[in-house]
Design a protein around this ligand. Sequence first.
Ligand code: CTP
Length: 432
Amino acid sequence: MIKVITYGTFDLLHEGHINILKRAKALGDYLIVGVTTENFDITRGKINVRQSLMERMEAVRNTGIADEVIPEEYVGQKIDDIKRNNVSIFALGSDWEGKFDYLNEYCKVVYLPRTEGISSSQLRADKLVKVGIAGSDPTVLKLVKQAETVNGIEIEGIYCDETEVTLPSKNKYADFDKLAADCDAVYVAVRPELRYGYIKKALESGKHVISESPVAMSEKQARELYGLAAKKNLQLFDSVKTAYALPFLRLILLIKSGLIGEVKNIDATCTSLEVREWLKKTKYYTSFTGWGSIAVLPVFKILGTEYESVSFLTLNSEEMNDIYTKATFKYKNALATINVGVGVKSEGDLRISGTKGYIYVPAPWWKSGYFEVRFENASKNKPYYYENEGEGLRMELVQFVRSITTNESNFYFDSELSTAISKVMEEYEKSL
Ligand code: CTP
């Protein structure tokens, strides 16, 4: 029996995929199809995939052409698969011509003609989500850059309420309503105290929203916004990029799996020296409103949002409110302290202490691709490295487009987490 094997992502299965599967099958008697897992795709730089591994494997199975469908999880797996299954022919589309010649050592390598005029990338780009930017936070520059790498998203223009930021050469709108009318979604990057108003307006006019965090300065306002989004069947994303970054997601899973035992304490620090002139003029946008959402993320993700109490110590300077804040959370069985500063520099690391060991994430922890799990017996310490291309923002945009097109909820960052952040902001404000 001649066994043939082929691989691919097979996202949004299309005619080109069916043709290649038929052509590959025709080369022998038995066809094995390897479908790439999300992780493997991310590590090889393919981040835009819309469908889950299960959906993609199911779609390939449903063609009835494959005799066996397997996941492809790691570099070098092709060699293992070929040897283990006694495969005679490895087949792939001509876009890969020459790239897999090294497999000739194990079986025959055949490149098959590719179907012209169709691809998953094209299908993903067909459903274009037009995004308008409101605000001048420096993150808009990052957004514009990352949006270029994500299929299915296009930055339509920008409405700017402040002028201190050098803006990308995008259409400038003098009117927010006009911008919202021209777009499917709005990215809100205005000052914290103004966000609620802009988000509400955008949702009321039927637009999806992705907003800098916090989305509102009180629990009640956040609930109202999420209620409105749900009622109108719209997406509202709270943009704490770290929540979407692979190293952070893995760190949370490691902790949930009990590697360091029960978590008893978390210390997170986030500071920056940059003080923009207009920060001095506003009551908000100081250390806690600027950094608090990020710093509190590991605390809420690991210990949950049901803390018993929180207390704050805030330092003001003559020029600006809140140049440094310490917030301590008391949980039933754990503590957490976050330190945030603007205009004061400190080591921006993260420590998570457990009953068996601890995790150390070096500065800047919120965009680190590296962390260590450490134990009393140091010989058991283990480093972990991950790709952190785009620092989570890219993945967030991918998920945003996916949620809009498929109505899938945002499992990285749900409304409860976002509302809890707004609640902490409210408590912070009361403490001042
Ligand atoms: N393929 C093909 N003809 C097309 C598209 C894909 O023959 N028009 C083949 C590829 O050569 C590969 C297999 O289908 O052997 C799986 O490809 P995959 O990368 O999943 O599909 P693409 O549509 O090329 O995806 P993308 O646009 O994300 O690169």
